[in-house]
Ligand binder design. Structure first.
Ligand code: G1P
Length: 266
């Protein structure tokens, strides 16, 4: 059976301030996990799931991404300009015309998921059965809670939840749970309507979590708690952890690195 999701949006317009100074001239999504840019992992994950039509939302500074994908002839890659940074909700809204009425998926390249099974494919299957939005969820440590969207949910089975509400980057004491939204989303097309109704939220930006909340008050929104390993590459030490995690899974690529880590005797 062909996938019901044919299009994906990759927001990649972020300025990458946590990676300064390198992001003065290199886009954050071009920073490598081992030797592969994080955005390449996102595109490869989509390709594996049968999605070959991708829109990358960029800012004017992102010519390096366009150059990188110039020769990726097996993927249809469009670039969409976000004129100024105004939050994830606004970045996704820029793709409305391109998405053209369909349900679609969003991958945040900061969130690297490595595993045997495909998180996106599981999410597409939940979407296909219920025709709802689906968010990727993972239980996180207390110290990660203030940096993520956190959900209040009702568990349906071992890995599926019905979302009651999301709170964007709450203080730990205000968080409804430790279940965080990780950067994989399947959206029904009406998400654009909810984004347009959204006013500036956390950090003075248009937050996708606010739009999801509005949608969840009117219809079902599901969450999929995925078992695969997740790395947050959105900060320098997370990116380094991801490189080491990736190298340990591909020992043939990194025998020297593995010898070095073992020699540390931590
Ligand atoms: C975004 C979302 C947040 C989500 C996170 C996952 O935050 O707003 O809800 O938990 O991605 O990585 P950002 O990392 O862009 O600040």
């Amino acid at each position: 059976m062909g996938s019901s999701i044919k299009k994906a949006v990759i927001p990649a317009a972020g300025l990458g301030t946590r990676f300064l100074p390198v992001t003065r001239s290199v886009s954050k999504v071009m920073l490598p996990v081992f030797n592969i840019p994080t955005i390449d992992f996102a595109v490869a994950e989509l390709k594996k799931s049968g999605i070959n039509s991708v829109a990358i939302v960029v800012s004017t500074l992102n010519y390096d991404i366009q150059k990188y994908f110039e020769s990726a002839s097996d993927m249809q890659i469009e670039f969409i300009l976000q004129k100024e940074p105004n939050g994830l909700g606004d970045a996704i809204l820029q793709s409305e015309k391109w998405v053209d009425g369909e349900s679609f998926c969003v991958i945040l390249p900061d969130d690297l998921i490595i595993g045997e099974t495909s998180t996106i494919e599981q999410m597409i299957s939940i979407h296909s059965s219920n025709n709802t939005a689906v968010l990727a969820l993972k239980s996180v440590e207390d110290e990660r809670v203030p940096f993520l969207g956190i959900v209040e949910s009702q568990q349906i089975d071992i890995s599926t939840h019905r979302i009651i509400k999301c709170v964007e980057k709450p203080k730990l004491e205000d968080a409804p749970s430790n279940l965080a939204i990780i950067g994989r989303y399947i959206f029904t097309n009406d998400i654009f309507k909810y984004i347009k109704q959204t006013t500036k939220g956390a950090l003075g930006e248009i937050q996708i979590t606010d739009a999801i909340n509005a949608q969840a008050t009117e219809k079902d929104v599901y969450g999929y708690q995925f078992p695969e390993e997740h790395f947050d590459t959105g900060n320098p030490s997370g990116l380094l952890e991801a490189s080491i995690g990736y190298a340990l899974k591909h020992p043939e690529k990194a025998p020297g690195l593995i010898r070095f880590i073992k020699s540390l005797n931590l």
